[in-house]
Design a binder for this molecule. Structure first.
Ligand code: B4P
Length: 280
């Protein structure tokens, strides 16, 4: 059975439907769909998109890792965070099936190992191997699936601690794991995360920042990693690295890669948001 990984949907339902049709045309047999997270928000049809992926998952045909916008939806729905002006989550919040959709979303993994590839939404800290990232993701998944999940979301926000330390405990430990797996783009060579730089795929000379995957000595360098999140980076393909957020919602395209044969399928998007513009 072939496995296709699909980049950030962000509520771009029409492009998702078209891409799934393209996958069906190029792969006649049964196949699994894995989504790189950020199923919702910024795009025009978050509810329809979430229902689509949820339906596929219920039929055992798909799964998704959690992205920062998915976590934001859970926090807004729980009354923990106010919605942003640019959010497109209202339809989900008002939907009759919202509880089923949100309950399913809350139980999604933050890291998935499949067919020799690790899938995360954003990135890995340089000290982590792929196996370790799965174990650390499991700590957050337990918190999200447990009875105190709202307390976890209350404590989740913030940029500190900016670097990993095995001695981290409690909310600080979970926040560091969430920030790496769902928000990371750049960090220093020591693994200190930066959350300001987001509109470019490269850091200015002298900033001391590197894309997380270019940190020398990164422990996951020998592992095959697939990630999304970084729309300004665009599609990235290296022997052991696939970056799949090709900026659908920003006027780029929605991308899928087949893990078995490396084939790439893309659907162009008219662009629902303008890069650099905060609100619709
Ligand atoms: N621990 C925690 N602490 C705080 N918040 C947490 C959290 N955990 C979860 N969150 C949640 O994270 C949510 C989102 O945070 P935001 O801060 O709004 O998200 P973002 O970094 O802008 O990332 P996004 O996922 O939208 O990335 P994209 O590359 O598409 O877009 C990034 C930028 O790229 C730009 N861009 C896109 N295409 C481009 C291009 N081709 N060229 C240049 N720029 C481009 C866009 O203008 C955009 O500004 C918040 O709502 C918050 O609730």
């Amino acid at each position: 059975m072939k496995t296709y990984v699909i980049g950030d949907l962000q509520g771009c339902h029409a492009q998702t439907v078209e891409l799934l049709e393209r996958i069906g045309q190029s792969c006649a047999g049964p196949h699994t769909l894995l989504f790189a997270g950020d199923l919702v928000n910024r795009g025009p049809q978050s509810l329809a998109t979430l229902r689509l992926v949820h339906g596929l998952a219920r039929r055992g045909q798909a799964d998704s890792v959690l992205g920062n916008h998915d976590l934001h939806l859970l926090a807004v729905a729980a009354g923990i965070r106010p919605p942003h002006a640019a959010d497109t989550l209202d339809e989900i919040l008002a939907a009759p099936d919202r509880d089923a959709l949100l309950d399913w979303l809350r139980r999604r993994p933050l890291a998935l190992l499949r067919d020799g590839h690790l899938l995360v939404h954003a990135g890995l800290l340089p000290q982590w191997s792929a196996q370790q990232a799965v174990a650390l993701a499991g700590e957050v998944e337990s918190a999200l699936r447990g009875p105190a999940w709202k307390d976890f979301l209350l404590d989740m926000y913030g940029n500190a601690p900016a670097a990993w330390d095995e001695g981290l405990r409690g909310a600080a430990r979970l926040r560091c794991i969430v920030n790496a797996l769902t928000r990371l783009r750049f960090c220093t060579a020591d693994g200190v995360m930066d959350f300001k730089m987001k509109e470019s795929g490269s850091a200015p000379p002298g900033s001391g920042l590197l894309p997380w995957f270019d940190v020398p000595g990164r422990r996951s360098a020998g592992d095959k990693v697939v990630f999304g999140h970084w729309s300004a980076l665009g599609l990235l393909r290296r022997p052991a690295l696939i970056g799949l957020d090709s900026g659908c919602v920003w006027g780029g395209s929605l991308s899928a890669v087949c893990l078995d044969d490396g084939s790439l399928l893309q659907v162009a998007c008219p662009g629902y948001r303008r890069p650099g513009a905060a609100a619709p």
